[in-house]
Design a protein around this ligand. Structure first.
Ligand code: ZN
Length: 296
């Protein structure tokens, strides 16, 4: 399943083609993805100009000039590709091969730009993705967004904010960080990576990160910084792969993230001078990879 950095990479890959384009026609090749597509979907978006492409957690938001927003989620296997006169590209880089089998092309955005026409094609073999339509004014109360915490990029995610959420709570750090009400869009991989970077144990109780007065301890500052950095680094890696491949031949390849803790069970810990070994434990049904020696 694509994580937030992959979705952000997709957004950046699509933006130059979609932003400012006229959405001339929306071709729907089936009535549903994971859920039924919105009623009168095509009629409600055709003829509008795309004002901006944005993102909330792992959702892509296609903002139209009339105040409507298309909400898109890639599910497990969804991808977009761009077909224009000269280039064809699949924005976003994933661990496994994206499908280009046309029988899985379900939704096609036919776009008109000053330099010519382009198609943005949504392909999804397993159909766990979905698309919905909301007005911009409704986004804050949209069910998937209503209770979401702050994004793991940017200044809203601070040690002070986390101290407020952690005070008096006995939850383990790992499960608190996976809670989308605490941080939006942070998944299993990047929680493991951020905990390894900040030398914190995934089993540690969150209340131990906060002083009695409710202020963040130094390690909580380190954790907030590590979360922002690990996401920023992954977005940077996706972005550079996107640029390289578009420059090469117009087709995007797939890059492998280099994880420092995730999926490294039995390998030497990469913390300098640690000498420990990465272990795998299971917490609330999810694998956690960490080093007992340097993560306290
Ligand atoms: Zn270690």
């Amino acid at each position: 399943m694509p994580e937030l950095p992959e979705v952000e990479t997709v957004r950046r890959g699509l933006a130059p083609t979609m932003e400012g384009a006229l959405l001339q026609r929306l071709e729907l090749r089936r009535p549903d993805l994971r859920f039924p597509l919105p009623r009168d979907f095509a009629a409600r978006v055709e003829g509008r100009r795309i004002a901006a492409l944005s993102r909330r957690a792992k959702y892509l938001l296609i903002d139209l000039e009339d105040g409507a927003t298309v909400i898109a989620h890639l599910g497990m296997s969804g991808s977009f590709r761009i077909e224009a006169d000269a280039i064809e590209a699949t924005p976003g880089a994933f661990h496994h091969e994206r499908s280009k089998d046309e029988k899985h092309d379900h939704v096609i955005f036919h776009l008109q730009r000053p330099e010519g026409s382009a198609r943005v094609i949504y392909n999804d073999p397993r159909r766990f993705g979905f698309m919905d339509l909301a007005t911009r004014a409704q986004l804050d109360i949209y069910p998937a967004f209503r209770d979401l915490g702050p994004e793991p990029v940017g200044n809203l995610l601070s040690a002070d904010y986390l101290a407020g959420r952690f005070l008096g709570r006995s939850q383990p750090l790992k499960s608190a960080l996976l809670d989308q009400k605490v941080i939006a869009g942070l998944g299993n991989i990047y929680v493991c990576e951020a905990l390894w970077r900040s030398h914190l144990s995934p089993t540690r109780k969150v209340s131990t990160m906060v002083t009695k007065a409710g202020k963040p301890k130094p390690e909580l500052h380190l954790l907030a910084d590590s979360i922002r950095e690990v996401i920023a680094d992954a977005i940077l890696a996706g972005g550079s792969s996107l640029r390289d491949h578009i420059q090469a031949d117009g087709t995007l390849g797939y890059f492998q993230h280099s994880f420092r803790a995730y999926n490294r069970e039995g390998h030497a810990c990469l913390t300098e001078g640690c000498g420990g070994t990465v272990e795998r434990i299971v917490q609330s049904g999810r694998s956690t990879f960490y080093c007992q020696r340097c993560q306290k």
